[in-house]
Design a protein around this ligand. Structure first.
Ligand SMILES: [Zn+2]
Length: 178
């Protein structure tokens, strides 16, 4: 390669990298939409932890779009019902049954019996779970009721929960009723 062509390559790289359209496409190439929804749930979990809460996050997705998001707010609000999934459903607002049927609920952790109950009550047909190694809710029961349960065993989700349980064992036991 002569000096002229290498200079050209350098300039071209510099120019392209500066263009907003190339910036837009740089990341999502290697990211599926499922990854990005779980990433949004993880972001919620981190937000909760940063506020002194329990790091579990959730998003509700309708036709490829997030229509609700939330995180566990037991500590922040002194709430006994605002687990991540309940908080997410509450933030999504009242929706007709026909909408819930088309939704997928993402959660960084396997949903507990209360949140799994809400999934069944509202007729949500699909859930994507970040991990079920640190805690496993009634996934077998959900499946027996026709809910599609996909478990990602995402290393980030596992790390967030392991760190939290190590740092706050009493708070964690309270959250799962132990
Ligand atoms: Zn729950």
């Amino acid at each position: 390669m002569n000096l002229h062509s290498s200079l050209f390559t350098y300039r071209a790289n510099f120019l392209f990298r500066g263009l907003p359209v190339f910036r837009l496409f740089r990341k999502p190439w290697c990211m599926t939409s499922q990854d990005s929804f779980m990433a949004a749930a993880i972001e919620e979990a981190r937000k909760g932890r940063a506020a002194g809460g329990i790091p579990i996050g959730s998003v509700l997705v309708l036709d490829g779009e997030i229509i609700g998001r939330g995180h566990n707010r037991r500590v922040q609000d002194g709430s006994v019902i605002h687990h991540a999934e309940m908080n997410c459903l509450e933030n999504a607002g009242r929706l007709p049954a026909s909408v819930y049927r088309r939704c997928t609920l993402y959660s960084t952790l396997s949903p507990c019996p209360m949140c799994s109950g809400a999934v069944l009550l509202y007729g949500i047909r699909r859930i994507v779970v970040g991990e079920n190694e640190t805690f496993c809710g009634p996934e077998t029961y959900l499946r027996s009721q026709g809910v599609e349960v996909e478990v990602l065993q995402d290393p980030q989700c596992i790390r967030i929960m392991r760190d939290f349980i190590e740092q706050e064992p009493a708070l964690w036991n309270e959250d799962i009723g132990e």
